[in-house]
Design a binder for this molecule. Structure first.
Ligand code: ZN
Ligand code: ZN
Ligand code: ZN
Length: 396
């Protein structure tokens, strides 16, 4: 039906508005498996059907047959993953993943290995990163005869649908990840009148574990064990709902948390009150972030994604979608990691889009650095770390 709808954007959003709050942030939380099953069947599967215009599995199969593999590895490193560097690298930031290293000439050179701090990616295939041996045997374009270029191999209708879908979804992801009180949502997504709210506590660098446990016990009526669990989750996930209830009861909890925490360390903890539907959409927006990572593994889709992420918005005062996400980086909790990974596996893997992205990044560089200085949490995960991916590249 979405295919034929006059306004497929409105139809898509209507579907998300209806389904997302039914899966996430329910009064009684689903088990992770049940939640994932519903996400697949009610959200991701319909989206993929729209994208392919046929059963997603068949669509994917055709793509796999028709597509040439990329010359860049681009594997995004997890924290602690072993990465390899060599004397042949142009600068010390150029590294290889283990698989590429094993298949490369650098195996017999003077190499170094270290644990990644997370958030970098494999430079195999980037001719600007290595003095010699830029390719491992798997990513060497000379090794495969069929290898022509990394050009878009999608049929025009498929590409056009991908752009249309990504435009709606990336806008949705952006709107919710940068959402702040008073931010007006598109009318299709305005939450319906329902009186469930969450009081959400964020991680920061000013308060110790004990401070947070102390504050929670005094503010939201929980015992030491519960307070401990909440605190551990806040540390791990960056934020956590510590109370669900009416707007009024959440406001009370917020005031108590702020005053109790201010009392011990001068600065209050960051607490926000979120409508249950908004919280649900934010959770799904993050899930879509990882869905995008999977889908744009195909170079045709990757180009459609880059196109949408960088295209100027209709309103000339608003920056493009990827810039809106970057400019919100310092205020985003751990969600920003997903944004960084998306940038790594999209724009940084396509020569022309990398150039366009570098222009956007440079345009906002001053602001990003200012935000970084004022940021009070998790500085190790910051958009400013992209500097080394951009300002060290001679052709950029
Ligand atoms: Zn690699
Ligand atoms: Zn490789
Ligand atoms: Zn080497």
């Amino acid at each position: 039906e979405w295919q034929e709808a006059a306004d497929s954007r409105a139809e898509l959003l209507r579907h998300l508005k209806e389904q997302v709050p039914r899966i996430f942030c329910l009064k009684k939380e689903l088990s992770p498996q049940d939640e994932e099953e519903l996400v697949q069947s009610h959200l991701l599967h319909p989206l993929e059907c729209f994208l392919f215009g046929e059963h997603p599995q068949e669509g994917l199969q055709k793509l796999q047959q028709g597509s040439s593999s990329s010359q860049l590895c681009g594997r995004v490193f997890k924290e602690g993953e072993t990465v390899y560097s060599c004397d042949c690298a142009i600068d010390p930031t150029c590294v290889l993943c283990m698989d590429c290293f094993q298949d490369s000439v650098h195996k017999t050179h003077r190499y170094k290995m270290h644990a990644s701090s997370g958030g970098g990616f494999c430079d195999c295939g980037d001719v600007e990163a290595w003095k010699i041996g830029p390719y491992c045997s798997k990513h060497d374009p000379g090794a495969t005869t069929a290898m022509v270029t990394d050009d878009c191999v999608l049929e025009p209708e498929l590409y056009e649908r991908a752009e249309r879908l990504f435009r709606v979804l990336l806008r949705y992801v952006t709107d919710f990840l940068v959402w702040e009180e008073n931010f007006e949502l598109p009318s299709e997504l305005q939450p319906t009148k329902e009186n469930a709210y969450y009081c959400v506590l964020y991680n920061d660098e000013h308060h110790s574990y004990d401070h947070v446990i102390y504050t929670l016990q005094r503010s939201v009526n929980c015992d030491h064990n519960e307070a401990h669990t909440y605190t551990a989750l806040i540390d791990k996930e960056g934020r956590r709902a510590v109370k669900r209830g009416t707007l009024h009861s959440c406001e009370q909890a917020k005031d108590l948390i702020r005053s109790n925490s201010e009392h011990i360390s001068l600065q209050p903890l960051r607490v926000e009150i979120l409508h249950a539907a908004i919280m649900a959409h934010q959770t799904f927006a993050l899930r879509l972030g990882s869905w995008f990572q999977k889908i744009i593994g195909y170079s045709g889709f990757r180009q459609a994604f880059c196109q949408v992420a960088l295209e100027p918005s209709a309103d000339s005062d608003t920056p493009c979608l990827i810039s809106r996400l970057m400019l919100h980086d310092a205020r985003m909790y751990k969600a920003r990691k997903i944004v960084h990974e998306l940038i790594f596996c999209s724009m940084l893997m396509e020569t022309e889009f990398k150039r366009l992205f570098a222009i956007e990044f440079t345009k906002h560089y001053k602001q990003l650095q200012k935000d970084f200085i004022n940021d009070d949490h998790e500085r190790s995960i910051s958009i400013t770390a992209l500097s080394v991916q951009i300002f060290t590249v001679p052709t950029l």
